[in-house]
Design a protein around this ligand. Structure first.
Ligand code: RVP
Length: 487
């Protein structure tokens, strides 16, 4: 029957990049790309909107290292707004007053000392109840060898000739001022000498360290946020709070109700709107006229059981390439979401037509991911669960999977599992391996930038025997590689 004359669809392990003549040194390969129409990134890597992957800590780290984090939506709107603010303000030059540790002039030297140790700061402005800056105290002012008594009021030990900065100070001037006076922190005051914030040398140096960081026009870190297709209120609040991209978060965005909802959201916000997930050419055609980005992936995720539960899905390399064929003609960036286990999978996704990749499990084991570290058989793991798992659905709303909240636990029809992934250390080292492996791929193909690489790359089809040959084989691994573990 014609129903059984079916097209073939391929995924990561079915293909390899064909090596080509090249002058591209991997270290020089430029990973700059776009994740949506107006957001450029230094490395085309995004952390998934999952409650065991991306909260503000992960989003801050991702943006500082050149990628992007997408905050999950298993939290209420107020919490989400707070999380967005945390990311957007993480690298602020001026720490606002309500986050500055200040000393009260009535406190004793001992009290201030204890407070600074407790708060982990090396100094504090001394501020009266009106908010005036009377002086500044630092831990070097209260070392025991100095002639101060622990029971003296702090006003005896503080420096009262305070160097302050105006509200419009920039990083360069603040640095020069601190350098000139050999000081570590400068209170920022308004016309009436009332404290409005603090600039620290540590903050400035830290900012300089992140030369790849992805920032908005005001120098704030970029941040993505997941919203449901019908959550107009959440979308507007996220937009208001400064989110750079809203990710309409749905397991099947070719559902026409979902597309209506996404369009409505697009019309009411300034932020870019990325819509997903989809896996076919026709779905892309229905999105390209309004979406600022399209996310691809029906069932490839490591914790995802959609294909098994629903019998539906699309192997990821074919899905990405079909969507990219359409999206590229409309200049809409494509994100390949799910199923990436190795850096090779990530760069294959780009070769298939994606502009960026999104990963969950790869990052869930890092320090910056939310969730508990658990120990099993003496090894450390972190919790990692699908957003369509029973656990995640219970603590949020299940509309990613277009289902109503059931009364009873056993009425859930999950499309994801709750799992654990090996604990891995910092995001920075994981990202370094991922980006480095992608650059190697660009070297083998001879594409020095993402657009050149996309143009130049070609696939070959791999047999089962070829696949076995790709992996480490016929040996016993004696030392773990930082970027490989056997399938
Ligand atoms: P992976 O990187 O393979 O762990 O996949 C992560 C992706 O899996 C997410 O970005 C999301 O698209 C998808 N996901 C999240 N939850 C579920 C589920 O419960 N089925 N799937």
């Amino acid at each position: 029957s014609s129903k059984l004359q079916v097209p073939e669809a391929l995924t990561f392990d079915d293909v390899l990049l064909r090596p080509k003549e090249s002058r591209v040194e991997p270290d020089d390969a430029d990973l700059t790309s776009r994740v949506s129409k107006s957001v450029e990134v230094s490395v085309p890597i995004i952390s998934a909107a999952m409650d065991t992957v991306t909260e503000s800590e992960m989003a801050v780290a991702m943006a500082r290292h050149g990628g992007l984090g997408v905050l999950h939506r298993n939290m209420n709107v107020d919490e989400m707004v707070e999380e967005i603010h945390r990311v957007k303000s993480a690298d602020d030059l001026i720490i606002p007053t309500d986050s500055v540790v200040t000393a009260d002039p009535e406190m004793t030297v001992r009290e201030v000392d204890e407070m600074m140790v407790r708060e982990g700061v090396g100094g504090a402005p001394v501020v009266n109840t009106r908010g005036e800056v009377l002086g500044i105290i630092s831990s070097t002012d209260i070392r025991p060898h100095l002639e101060v008594n622990e029971d003296d009021p702090v006003t005896e030990a503080m420096t009262d000739e305070v160097i302050t900065a105006p509200e419009d100070i920039d990083a360069r001037d603040a640095f020069d001022l601190m350098y000139e006076h050999k000081i570590e922190r400068v209170p920022v005051v308004d016309d009436e000498n009332l404290l409005v914030g603090l600039v620290t040398m540590q903050g400035i140096l830290q900012r300089r360290e992140y030369s790849e960081a992805v920032r908005d026009d005001d120098g704030r870190l970029r941040c993505g946020v997941a919203v449901g297709p019908f959550e107009t209120e959440r979308a507007e609040a996220a937009d208001e709070a400064g989110a750079d991209i809203l990710f309409i978060d749905c397991a099947h965005a070719h559902n026409l109700n979902v597309i209506d909802g996404a369009r409505e959201i697009k019309e009411s916000v300034d932020a870019d709107v990325v819509v997903g997930n989809i896996g076919t050419r026709e779905a892309a055609e229905d999105l390209v006229d309004f979406a600022d980005g399209i996310k691809v992936g029906i069932g490839p995720g490591s914790i995802c059981t959609t294909r098994v539960v629903s019998g539906s899905g699309m192997p990821q390399i074919t899905a990405v390439s079909q969507v990219a064929d359409v999206a590229s003609q409309h200049d809409v960036p494509v994100i390949a979401d799910g199923g990436i286990r190795y850096s090779g999978d990530a760069i294959k996704s780009i070769a298939a037509g994606a502009d960026a990749v999104m990963l969950g499990s790869y990052f869930a084991g890092t320090e910056e991911a939310p969730g508990r570290v658990v120990t099993m058989n003496g090894k450390k793991y972190k919790q990692y669960r699908g957003m369509g798992s029973v656990g995640a659905m219970k603590s949020g709303d299940g509309d990613r999977y277009l289902k109503d909240e059931p009364q009873d636990e056993d009425e859930y029809v999950p499309e994801g599992v709750e799992a654990a992934t090996p604990y891995k250390g910092t995001l920075e080292s994981e990202l370094h391996q991922l980006a480095g492996g992608m650059q190697s791929g660009m070297g083998y193909v001879g594409g020095g930038t993402i657009p050149e690489f996309k143009d130049r790359s070609e696939f070959v089809r791999v047999s089962a025997a070829g696949q076995a040959e790709s992996h480490a084989h016929d040996v016993v691994i004696t030392d773990e590689a930082p970027n490989y573990s056997p399938a």
